[in-house]
Design a protein around this ligand. Structure first.
Ligand code: ACO
Length: 330
């Protein structure tokens, strides 16, 4: 097994709001039920931001924890990438705000907008900077406050989303053993309107009408996305393992984007990965978009589900449409 990029994870962190919104809570506001939501999605509850909390709140807390786990200080970070579709402000980048909040040096800091694939794409991107010598360390964060772009009257989407952030510190591999073995990234912009926010961009700037018509909330063609998700996740799992010359049987844990339990079960089962080697926490957090893989990876470390030398596969898909995978030896 040859490392594609000798870039390892030095530490991880996660942060979610304390406030819990259960399916029963939702059923009091819209025409739905706990039974429908659990059966169709696997979600039982999600965490939602309270007044005063926003994407930077969760990104900062997750980053501090990742730094602490890595035994590093903010001054040691050479690059910051934040993956988000719910930035702190439209301008400037949340990564720049995070740099200031953490007290990092004046290092490059930028956001990426690849929705639920964001954390995986940001990890792969940061690895290129380290591998090329442009940086020795990087802070990668996926953070969202999706509840701010959720239409709470649309029962087909509002049941899905939650808030939070996942972070990782990357650095040049110190032992030559741990690192990144293979990765895949892709996008199909022709299917971009399958998941989108109609207004707030240059095509439809915000105005009273767009607010009144609820054009600032996420819209999704759920069934189309579902079909795309299952087939894409299934194929990139196998292709990424093939690229690295390993079998999926050798992978200790798959950490998938937590979109829908049925999507994850169907894709991993078709790829031949048994459920005990697939991380699932959607029941507690719902879909947190760019944050979900980072939160899942952090939980896997904290719960001792993965240990040094293990192969770990990250896999995600999302708006764009986009997809990405990353095989790590931790
Ligand atoms: N409660 C009760 N009934 C509901 C609800 C609800 N919350 N939502 C929809 N229904 C009804 C519909 O009205 C429909 O009723 P009808 O048959 O009388 O018309 C029926 O349930 C079936 O609706 P579908 O939309 O076909 O339900 P489906 O089984 O496809 O589940 C879901 C919907 C959960 C959204 C699913 O399609 C899905 O998970 N899609 C993928 C979403 C995803 O992963 N997105 C990720 C990207 S998000 C991002 O990038 C930020």
């Amino acid at each position: 097994m040859k490392l594609a990029w000798p870039v390892e994870i030095a530490g991880t962190g996660a942060s979610v709001p304390d406030k819990v919104l259960t399916n029963e809570d939702l059923a009091k506001r819209i025409d739905t039920s706990d039974e429908w939501i659990v059966q169709r999605t696997g979600i039982r509850e999600r965490r939602i931001a309270e007044p005063g909390q926003s994407t930077l709140t969760f990104c900062t807390a997750a980053s501090r924890q990742a730094l602490e786990r890595a035994g590093m200080t903010p001054e040691e970070i050479d690059l910051i990438i934040v993956a988000t579709i719910t930035p702190e402000h439209t301008l400037p980048a949340t990564a720049c705000e995070l740099q200031a909040a953490l007290g990092c040096r004046w290092v490059p800091a930028f956001d990426t907008l690849s929705a639920c694939s964001g954390y995986v794409w940001a990890m792969i991107t940061a690895a290129q900077y380290i591998n090329s010598g442009m940086a020795n360390t990087a802070l990668v964060v996926g953070g969202e406050t999706l509840t701010t772009i959720t239409d709470w009257d649309d029962r087909s989407t509002c049941i899905l989303f939650g808030d939070g952030a996942g972070a990782a510190i990357l650095r040049r591999s110190t032992d030559g053993q741990s690192g990144m073995l293979a990765a895949r990234m892709g996008a199909d912009g022709a299917r971009g309107l399958h998941i989108y926010i109609p207004a707030g961009g240059s095509k439809e700037p915000a105005c009273l009408r767009t607010v009144n018509e609820k054009l600032h909330y996420m819209r999704m063609q759920g069934r189309e996305v579902y079909k795309f998700a299952v087939s894409t996740m299934r194929s990139i799992l196998s292709e990424t393992a093939d690229d690295a010359g390993v079998s999926l049987d050798d992978v200790a844990l798959v950490v998938p984007h937590q979109s829908n339990a049925r999507i994850i079960e169907s894709a991993t089962q078709k790829a031949g990965v048994p459920p005990e080697r697939v991380l699932m926490n959607i029941d507690r957090y719902g879909n947190t978009s760019a944050a979900s893989v980072g939160i899942g990876l952090h939980e896997a470390y904290e719960e001792g589900r993965i240990k040094g030398g293990d192969l770990v596969m990250l896999v995600a898909f999302g708006a764009g449409l986009t997809w990405g995978s990353l095989l790590l030896r931790i």
